[in-house]
Design a protein around this ligand. Structure first.
Ligand code: ADP
Ligand code: MG
Length: 454
């Protein structure tokens, strides 16, 4: 039986399917979706969690469901052990994987089936990008690399997946790899930790026909990863394989990347996607209404216009606005007509929320919490772990998360912490205390009120 990391793709897939049917979606996405099965030996199954936090949570609260899911797939009882990737590499040989094998790279990458070339609404702002995507999906290596750039929310990820889905339909034997540049960095770091010289990773990429990398700007300032990527890029390029890259800016504006890499990115064709013009916005809106299973006639034309004009810079926000209106008015209030008045009202609430949210910043939260506990502000970002200081810091992190809805990585930067799992565990701690501790409830409530009132 093989014993390499993630050497059990079939078992893992069925296992995860079982888990998905049993646990909450948010829990699944956060803790299970990246879980790997590293070893099934004797009576022990070793799983690798994607963070220390995940290890802790899975190893305590979800052990029995993991055992149950594994039993349902392999029909054998295993003792479950959950470790982090670091712990896995320090396990004795025989205890688990020694060396990542070729199949284990990017084992969780997949295409999002909902994004296709057909359901991308084409207008002047995105026509060229759509045409280029259609062309490379049809003829591998025809434009190499294809570089698509735009501001956020304008359809880059959609088109990238659409290329993959089109190839999958037309040429199912072609191997497609769609990953974000972040995934590439993470995999490369994992690889280097395993003390490899790069050959395995290159061998893996030799098998890829379509390399689709989203948000390539995240390779910036990672020189070792960039060097490896440069070799991989050349490998694929020289053998006529297709490379498609997306970014939030054109190649020449990418900072923190070696010149030779930027010049490779510019050697094919770069196309931009602009903000959609009004007719395209309206068409996208109408398309999304029907995609929600609703009749467009439900909306007055001027209601649609109002939504489109108020969200003209970003299709993701346009979708969000539409979903909000549908949720409150159609699902909750059973409206059978969406008028301009209803649309305006829905936006008023959102505008007010944004205005009050706009004033609160991580710095203000840090200052307010420090003041509340009578602590010097600098302690809030220090590494002191003693009682009240640590607790105040946890509360401030929790408030950044709940009031500002910031990603963990951004909060960890505001607190000068390297590792975002510190923030994750701080938030969980506060959430748990809020369930039982009246003093904590009162403090958090008072802090929220004072932040919102200021
Ligand atoms: P980006 O990667 O540029 O930030 P996404 O591809 O994630 O943006 O797009 C955000 C949302 O907007 C997605 O749900 C996508 O389907 C939708 N979208 C963007 N442009 C279009 C379009 N032209 N037609 C249909 N949907 C679109
Ligand atoms: Mg994207």
């Amino acid at each position: 039986m093989p014993n390499t990391a993630a050497a059990y793709p079939d078992i893992l897939e069925k296992f995860l399917k079982y888990i998905r049917s049993k646990v909450d979606k948010v829990v699944y996405n956060s803790f299970f979706s990246e879980l790997r099965l590293a070893s099934l030996e004797k009576d022990q199954a070793i799983f690798v969690a994607n963070s220390r936090m995940a290890k802790q949570v899975l190893g305590s609260d979800y052990l029995s469901i993991i055992a149950e899911a594994l039993r349902s797939v392999v029909e054998t009882e295993y003792k479950i052990r959950v470790v982090t990737a670091d712990e896995l590499s320090s396990l004795k040989p025989g205890e688990a994987a020694k060396k990542p094998d070729i199949k284990s790279f990017f084992s969780h990458s997949s295409l999002l089936p909902q994004y296709t070339l057909d359901n991308f609404v084409v207008g002047d702002s995105n026509r060229e990008a759509h045409q280029a995507a259609t062309f490379v999906a049809d003829k591998m290596g025809s434009i190499n690399p294809l570089f698509i750039y735009s501001k956020s929310g304008l359809g880059k990820t959609h088109l990238l997946n659409a290329v993959g889905n089109a190839v999958r339909n037309k040429a199912p034997l072609k191997k497609i790899l769609l990953i974000t540049a972040d995934d590439f960095v993470a995999e490369f770091v994992r690889y280097v930790k395993g003390d490899q010289d790069g050959e395995n990773l290159k061998d893996f990429f030799r098998t890829v026909d379509y390399l689709l990398i989203d948000d390539i700007q995240f390779l910036a300032n990672k020189p070792q990863t960039c060097t490896m990527f440069f070799h991989i890029f050349n490998l694929l390029y020289n053998s006529g394989k297709q490379i498609v890259l997306t970014s939030d800016r054109p190649p020449e504006e990418l900072e923190g990347l070696e010149e030779r890499l930027v010049s490779r990115f510019s050697s094919g064709i770069s196309v931009s996607i602009g903000s959609p013009e009004k007719t395209t916005l309206l068409e996208i809106l109408k398309y999304k209404v029907s995609a929600n299973g609703l009749d467009v006639a439900l909306f007055d034309e001027d209601a649609l216009e109002y939504i489109a004009v108020n969200n003209s810079k970003n299709v993701r926000e346009l979708e969000g606005a539409l979903n909000r209106i549908l949720f409150f008015n159609v699902n909750i209030h059973n409206c059978d007509r969406i008028t301009r008045e209803i649309a305006v009202k829905a936006f008023e609430g959102e505008r007010k929320r944004n205005q009050s949210r706009g004033k609160i910043t991580p710095d203000r939260i840090i200052g307010t919490v420090a003041g509340y506990y009578n602590l010097p502000t600098k302690e809030m970002t220090s590494n002191v772990r003693t009682g009240q200081i640590a607790m105040a810091r946890h509360i401030a992190m929790y408030l950044c998360r709940t009031l500002l809805d910031l990603p963990f990585s951004q909060i960890s930067r505001a607190f000068q912490k390297k590792d975002h799992t510190t923030v994750m565990s701080a938030c969980t701690k506060v959430e748990n205390l809020l369930k039982t501790d009246e003093g904590m409830k009162k403090a958090v409530q008072e802090l929220k009120t004072s932040l919102k009132a200021a």
